[in-house]
Write a protein that binds this ligand. Structure first.
Ligand SMILES: NC(=O)c1ccc[n+]([C@@H]2O[C@H](COP(=O)([O-])OP(=O)(O)OC[C@H]3O[C@@H](n4cnc5c(N)ncnc54)[C@H](OP(=O)(O)O)[C@@H]3O)[C@@H](O)[C@H]2O)c1
Length: 264
């Protein structure tokens, strides 16, 4: 039987793949044999991540300087990838930012900054790679949402709107491109230990205890926790699955064990 989870011969672009969850996903896809493109703005961080992934896995790795809030930057980056690798089979829309404050405190610039990266960026990246996936006879798009794609908290007006929007985009792309054999799904992370949540721990005193108590798994997630879900959604194993989301949250969204001191 064919190895359902093999990604040998595939090329994957991971936006924001130079750190955090994106790097965990890039490493997971590389471990299944995919060539990797890391697309992000910080060139030194991208070069270091590319070196690290190349050293660990025998795949080709390319760093591309890309700002997903700029259409021209996306188009130039995708052209660079096609010039080098001639195909793009997997796109992971992972680049994301947040500012946590009450709705009335946001400036229009802050709102636009978040929406332009988290939501419009994902739209533009998918739209830009679509023709090459269609021409190749199929592809996989994985959008990184959040538990804020399902539930809200007071201080995420812009981020929450972008992450609920990501689910809507996931469903729309999936329906539009199913006839082209392109599957589009989302991963919704819970509380994950990355640079993004270092600032959350500052903004919400007591967050660390809350996360560890409330999460049935009893810990923060790690970037490497995303490797398995990403391989599944990027591989033939998920070929009849589209317009779906997977929560990777240690059980957080389902509830809590913390009412019972034994933790069970
Ligand atoms: N950590 C969590 O608990 C959590 C929970 C739910 C959802 N998420 C989602 O998971 C994704 C990754 O987050 P993370 O926690 O790994 O955060 P992170 O460590 O801060 O990583 C964010 C990545 O996005 C890139 N990025 C930011 N703006 C960009 C732009 N304009 N163009 C291209 N790349 C850009 C950054 O690279 P450069 O700065 O080099 O561009 C960085 O690699 C995000 O979509 C986030 O919303 C995270």
């Amino acid at each position: 039987m064919e190895d359902l989870f093999s990604l040998r011969g595939k090329v994957a672009i991971v936006t924001g793949g130079n750190g955090g969850i994106g790097k965990g996903i890039a490493e997971g896809l590389a471990s299944a044999g995919s060539d990797i493109v890391i697309a992000a703005r910080n060139e030194a961080k991208t070069a270091e991540a590319a070196r690290d992934i190349k050293e660990k896995f025998s795949v080709r790795v390319m760093g591309v300087n890309m700002d997903v809030s700029q259409e021209k930057s996306i188009q130039a980056g995708v052209k660079q990838v096609l010039d080098e690798f001639e195909q793009i089979n997997i796109l992971v829309n992972n680049a994301g930012v947040n500012i946590r404050k009450m709705p009335q405190e946001y400036t229009v610039e802050e709102w636009d900054w978040i929406l332009n990266i988290n939501l419009r960026g994902a739209f533009l990246c998918a739209k830009t790679v679509y023709p090459t996936m269609k021409e190749a006879g199929g592809g996989k798009i994985i959008n990184i949402g959040s538990l804020n794609s399902l539930y809200s908290i007071a201080k995420v007006a812009a981020y929450g709107a972008s992450k609920m929007g990501i689910l809507s985009l996931t469903y729309t792309f999936a329906l539009a491109w199913a006839p082209d054999n392109i599957q589009v799904n989302a991963i919704l992370p819970g509380w994950i230990d990355t640079p993004l949540t270092v600032s959350a721990r500052r903004d919400f005193p007591g967050l660390d205890d809350f996360v560890c108590t409330r999460t049935p798994a009893g810990r923060w997630g790690k970037p490497s926790d995303f490797a398995g879900a990403a391989i599944f959604l990027a591989s033939h194993a998920s070929d009849f699955m589209t317009a779906e989301y997977l929560r990777v949250d240690g059980g957080f969204a389902q509830g809590t064990n913390s009412v019972n001191p034994s933790g069970r």
